[in-house]
Design a protein around this ligand. Structure first.
Ligand code: MG
Length: 204
């Protein structure tokens, strides 16, 4: 499986990092080794001093597809979850300056914790109106709603599948709202969809 991540998909987040609003979706990949095994802590990587959380709604692909038309894209996923797109911001800033790829900052081991629970799509009235949030040590740090995505889930699936075949089990991280920030060792992170706890782990 592969993990596809959308960048700059919420206007207020693009602004907080001084990035332009994209005209088409920006995406990058994380390998399977970026998943955090169940009950494992996130191990703070030694090559960074500024690892940030980015809380994101995650879509699980349930059908093989290539060149998917936007109007059929809803048939290619059936579950919604939540994850953290961990980013070594200091490393990413250096790579950005040099115009180099972001993998060192984004694709490292454990950089994509995903909740073990997923919610069937049919339990939502509207997938483009889902509230989600992150608490660090019990305090809310990030809050978002999928209605604020610049590119909705169906647009993302249509766009990405022009370039990359989507396979069953692939995960799409759909971008973070504003409020990203650093984590530190001993922090406890907990993610929610609406009021439901979906993912919890510690930083070690
Ligand atoms: Mg992100």
């Amino acid at each position: 499986m592969k993990i596809i991540c959308i960048g700059r998909n919420y206007a207020n987040h693009a602004k907080e990092l001084n990035n332009k609003i994209p005209e088409e979706p920006v995406f990058f990949l994380k390998p399977e080794t970026a998943l955090l095994p169940k009950r494992n802590p996130f191990v703070y990587p030694s090559f960074s001093n500024d690892v940030h959380y980015e809380t994101e709604i995650v879509v699980r692909i349930n059908r093989l597809g290539k060149h998917i038309h936007e109007q059929f894209a809803h048939k290619y996923y059936n579950e919604i979850g939540i994850g953290i797109d961990f980013t070594a911001r200091d490393v990413q800033s250096e790579l950005k300056k040099k115009g180099l790829p972001w993998e060192k900052a984004k694709a490292f081991d454990g950089s994509a914790p995903v909740g073990h629970k997923f919610i069937p799509v049919n339990q939502f009235d509207d997938v483009q109106n889902i509230n989600f949030s992150l608490k660090v040590n019990g305090e809310t740090r990030q809050k978002g709603n999928t209605k604020d995505m610049l590119f909705g889930i169906n647009q993302i699936i249509a766009y990405v599948s022009q370039f990359i075949t989507l396979k069953i089990g692939d995960l799409i991280f759909t971008g973070t709202p504003e409020g990203v920030g650093p984590v530190k060792i001993d922090d406890t992170l907990e993610c929610f969809i609406e009021e439901e706890p979906m993912l919890k782990f510690k930083v070690k």
